[in-house]
Design a binder for this molecule. Structure first.
Ligand code: MTE
Length: 368
């Protein structure tokens, strides 16, 4: 990795960890994420694949086309005035969250070594995608909604715009927004100004920023980031022998709990320890339970879930542990509404792109 200057990017918190500067990728120390269930914009992680485009909101147009009866060209004012405004608390998580732990199993070259900070939850406001698609008139043969960003990316010697798609059934869900605001303020350029799609419950990659066009079509997007990247392969497959057609194109997120404090390697004083973290489940399944262990998973207790049950936003949790002096391995795992839980071992989820790590989260500490 290149030597990175210590200062945070404009608009971001002084503690923001810059994982890559061009294009910009970074997020907050997970301990700071636990401050508020609504992540302030200055702590919200940034995942970008190309340079941040500067788009003039006055001349901006969203085009809606493909298999629709009435193609639309919408200004920001049209989106605000012709469609209902919906506000929704929803968590975005990158498929690469927690990749750094997978690196301990085997190398993952060329990917951002995210810790557990590639996640954030915001109050998004915007027009429901459903209403916009219904206004355009969905044709019967349409099966996928493809999104095209206005940012340029370079891969394999080609320049193209970022994109991806979601199944039409998901696109017609009430929860998918064409968001123009984040936490009550207009979207910041880093997060997709002036308009992005927010696809709750799906990997962050489908929440296309700087949205330029929506197209209804019979098949998934052929954009690199749908057809090639963000695919999940079994552990025996490598970049050299991957058959890209056969990978699982990622959509819904899986259930995941993370310990935000104490941090790894901390030396702690004797007495009761408050363990705090976040948990999130994909696909609109709420988090139902978080288990915490102070002995590497031999015995467990149930953490207290804080705040409201939600299908689309994470849940904070905490647990009090009595730890004797010595070394301890604290472990957390969550369960969702379908009783899905997390796999025990990192090596069982390792894949050469380092996606979807939801193995038990472990933090080793020493009590003095
Ligand atoms: N949209 C565009 N146009 N370009 C991008 O590089 N990155 C995606 C998604 N949308 C991306 C994009 C990925 S991988 C993630 S995880 C989220 O945006 C991150 O959103 P954020 O930067 O607002 O946190």
């Amino acid at each position: 990795m290149q030597d990175l200057p210590p200062e945070p990017p404009p608009g971001k918190h002084p503690a923001f960890i810059v994982r890559a500067r061009e294009p910009l990728n970074g997020g907050p120390p997970p301990e700071l994420l636990r401050r508020s269930p609504v992540t302030p914009a200055d702590l919200f992680f940034v995942r970008s694949h190309g340079a941040i485009p500067q788009i003039d909101p006055a001349s901006y147009r969203l085009s809606v086309g493909g298999m629709v009866r009435r193609p639309l060209e919408l200004t920001l004012a049209d989106l605000r005035e012709q469609f209902p405004r919906r506000v929704l608390a929803a968590t975005l998580q990158c498929a690469g969250n927690r990749r750094d732990e997978l690196l301990a199993v085997a190398d993952i070259p060329g990917e951002v070594p995210w810790g557990a900070e590639a996640i954030g939850s915001a109050e998004w406001a915007g027009a429901p995608l459903r209403d916009v698609l219904l206004a355009a008139g969905v044709e019967a043969a349409a099966a996928h909604a493809a999104f095209a960003g206005l940012d340029e990316v370079e891969r394999q010697g080609r320049r193209f715009t970022y994109g991806g798609s979601i199944p039409l059934e998901k696109a017609l869900g009430q929860e998918v927004l064409l968001a123009y605001e984040m936490n009550g303020a207009p979207l910041a350029p880093l997060h997709g100004a002036p308009l992005r799609v927010v696809v709750p419950g799906y990997i962050g990659a489908r929440s296309v920023k700087w949205l330029g066009a929506i197209r209804l079509q019979p098949e998934p997007s052929d954009n690199y980031f749908q057809a090639h990247a963000y695919k999940l392969f079994p552990p025996q497959v490598s970049a050299a022998n991957a058959d890209w057609e056969r990978g699982l194109a990622l959509g819904e997120l899986s259930v995941n709990a993370v310990i935000c404090s104490p941090e790894r390697g901390r030396a702690l004083g004797a007495g009761q320890l408050l363990v705090r973290g976040y948990a999130f489940a994909g696909g609109g399944r709420a988090v139902e339970r978080v288990d915490v262990s102070a002995d590497g998973g031999a015995t467990w207790l149930s953490a207290e879930l804080l705040g409201e049950r939600s299908r689309w936003a994470w849940r904070f949790w905490e647990a009090r542990l009595d730890l004797a002096p010595g070394a301890h391995r604290i472990v957390a795992r969550a369960w969702d509404a379908a009783a899905n839980t997390q796999p025990e071992q990192l090596r069982h989820v390792w894949n050469f792109k380092g996606y979807m790590n939801n193995a038990w989260h472990r933090v080793d500490v020493t009590v003095e």
